[in-house]
Structure formats: structure tokens, C-alpha cells
Design a protein around this ligand. Structure first.
Ligand code: ZN
Length: 349
């Protein structure tokens, strides 16, 4: 069966091609993809040929945020029927290495993650009309939500994992630094956990409008109104928890200034070497907490929150393009003035 795929051959060289898809084997499912979200890493592969030490060294089918409809299942698959709408968990930890045995599957030594150029051969991604995946990667979504919404399960999982690294968020004052898709969803998970206040910052107005719809109690455009954020630095700071989603040095500095003593900054955005004001981290006894991808349970929780619309992800999807216009979709996703989450739609979408 011939299927269309979205394959990156190198920097700025994105091609819609075709490939044969096999029938699902034992334990596998054939899924018709409906929607797939373009993530920052996909964008870095496209614009820059990679990020940090991770480079695109061979052609790679992009995409790790996708949802679709099960077309067929292989022998031995139970609990998953053709016709089911599913979000695909792109994460396949080995289950047997020392970290997996400890339950730290995000740190698996043999991780396979769809659409990742971290290892060679690259792990191929989900941007294609049809794909055979492990049935265990398919998490059923409710019938009342769209595949567009279901395809947001992966970035929402990232934010749920970040929230689990933040400690108890209920009743806390939260700063979300950066309002791209991850900042918008960190805003949503903080609201869902009952944060008392959520201030979300960005350099652009459209992402801040989205953040407001996702539960921000206040938004600040720091390009025009940096003083509004600086005011929170009075008396050694205001926020109990920061979700830092920009990885930009000025934003990190401003966020650390705005955290109260013994507060916690969860660093969600990622970059290479970035200067941080150690004096403030030490002097205010701030905990700087990293967070990496998500656990299987985070993904299942994300699907449940989307299925019930307890978290309504619809505002974050600011544009959808058919696969045939993949180039335009990537260019739009790269324009932060207009885009939060850009998705591709596929045959089933
Ligand atoms: Zn492992």
C-alpha cells in the first residue's frame, strides 16, 4: 500500500514523497494519521538541520505529535479495534535498561522516539498518511474530540511531566515564561491544578491571546512592557513556581528575579549553554529543576484530559495545512508573530 510521507533530506529540503506501508505484524497496528503537530524540534531540523549536537545526518520522516484512526491490527492485539481514534505515543523506552527498571523511562539508554535524529539510524516519524506502530503506542481518545485535539496529547504530556516536577501547584503563584505551544499548555496544566495566579509572558501578542484562553490570569508582553514583569522582583520576588519555556537568557534572568526565596524554576525550554545568574539562585535558595519529555502515565493522562476537554486545547492550534503544503506549514510554524501550534492534516484528517 502506497502512502505519502513528509521527509526532510537536509536543511530547508522538505519533500512529500511516497513509500510502501506493510501490513501490521504481531502486536502492531496500522493507523491512518489525521493530524500531526509541528514541534520546535521538527522546526529546528528543517530550519537549521538540527539543534545543539543533534544533527540530521540522513533523510528523516519528521513528526512526533500525531493522532489518527486505526485501520487494522495485527495478530495478538487486544483492546484496540479498527475505527478507534488514537493518539500515538512516540516514546518507546526499552523497558529493560537500568533506568527503565527504576521507572525512569525518560532516561532509557535505548530510547526509540519517533521523528528523532538523536540516534543513527534516525528514528522515523509520524508525518505520513499511514503508519504501522506498536499497538501499545496507541492510546484511545474519546469520540467527542477531534484528531486535531488528540494530536496535542504529546506536547500536553511534556507539560504534565513538567508540572509533576514542580511539586504542588494548587494555590501557588505561577509564572510561565514564553507562550509558544509548550508555554500555552504549561499555563493550562497550572490552571488545571488550581494555581492561584498564572502570569504568562512572551514577546508577541498572538501567543499571549492564546495563553489567556488557556487560563492565564494576566499576560505581559515583555517586548513592550518589561517593567510589568520587573515589578514582581520587588521584595526578593513573588512567584512560587516558574515554568521557563523560552530558554532565552534575558527571560531566564527576569524569571529568576521574579521568583520568591525558596521558589522553584522548572526549565522546560531547552538550548545549549545559557548564562544564568547563580548569585540569585544561591542567594534566594531557588531550586532549578530540569524536565525531560514524559512518562507513559503522563501521556495517558494527557489523552484523558483532552478527551474530557478538562483541558481544551483547541485555542493553541492556530493553523492547519494539508500535507501537500508541508513547506508552507513549516514556514508558518516558524513565524512566532502569527503561529502557536501549526498542524498538518493527512488523508484521514
Ligand atoms: Zn530503557
Amino acid at each position: 500500500m502506497t502512502t505519502r510521507i513528509c521527509r526532510l533530506h537536509g536543511q530547508n529540503d522538505l519533500r512529500v514523497e511516497t513509500e510502501e506501508t506493510a501490513a501490521p505484524g504481531p502486536g502492531e497496528a496500522l493507523v491512518a494519521i489525521g493530524a500531526g503537530g509541528i514541534c520546535g524540534s521538527d522546526l529546528h531540523y528543517f530550519q537549521d538541520g538540527g539543534f545543539g549536537p543533534i544533527r540530521v545526518r540522513e533523510p528523516i520522516i519528521l513528526g512526533h505529535e500525531a493522532a489518527g484512526t486505526v485501520l487494522a491490527v495485527g495478530p495478538g492485539v487486544e483492546g484496540l479495534e479498527p475505527g478507534a481514534h488514537v493518539a500515538i505515543n512516540p516514546s518507546r523506552p526499552c523497558g529493560t535498561c537500568s533506568y527503565c527498571r527504576e521507572g525512569l523511562t525518560t532516561h532509557c539508554l535505548n530510547m526509540r522516539f519517533n521523528g528523532s535524529a538523536m540516534r543513527v539510524p534516525h528514528e522515523q516519524g509520524l508525518f505520513r498518511d499511514r503508519i504501522v506502530v506498536q499497538a501499545a503506542q496507541c492510546v484511545s481518545v474519546g469520540d467527542d474530540v477531534t484528531l486535531t485535539e488528540a494530536a496535542c496529547a504529546e506536547p500536553l504530556s511534556v507539560c504534565l511531566h513538567a508540572r509533576s516536577m514542580a511539586g504542588d501547584v494548587a494555590g501557588k503563584r505561577v509564572l510561565v515564561s514564553g507562550a509558544g505551544p509548550i508555554g500555552a499548555l504549561c499555563t493550562a496544566v497550572a490552571a488545571e491544578a488550581g494555581a492561584a495566579e498564572i502570569v504568562t509572558t512572551d514577546l508577541q501578542d498572538i501567543p499571549l491571546d492564546v495563553a489567556k484562553q488557556m487560563g492565564a490570569t494576566r499576560t505581559i508582553n515583555v517586548a513592550h512592557d518589561a517593567e510589568a514583569l520587573e515589578a514582581y522582583a520587588a521584595d526578593k520576588g513573588y512567584f512560587d513556581i516558574v515554568f521557563e519555556c523560552s530558554a532565552a537568557a534575558p527571560a531566564i534572568r527576569a524569571a529568576i528575579a521574579a521568583i520568591r526565596p525558596q521558589g522553584r524554576m522548572v526549565q522546560v525550554g531547552v538550548a545549549g549553554d545559557v548564562p544564568v545568574p547563580l548569585n540569585a539562585i544561591v542567594g534566594k535558595e531557588i531550586t532549578l529543576q530540569g524536565t525531560q519529555r514524559f512518562l507513559g502515565e503522563d501521556f495517558e493522562k494527557a489523552v484523558a484530559l483532552i478527551s474530557s476537554r478538562r483541558i481544551d486545547v483547541r485555542p493553541i492550534v492556530t493553523a492547519t495545512f494539508p500535507l501537500s503544503e508541508a513547506q508552507r506549514a513549516f514556514e508558518t510554524a516558524g513565524d512566532r508573530r502569527v503561529a502557536v501550534k501549526v498542524q498538518l492534516s493527512f488523508e484521514a484528517g
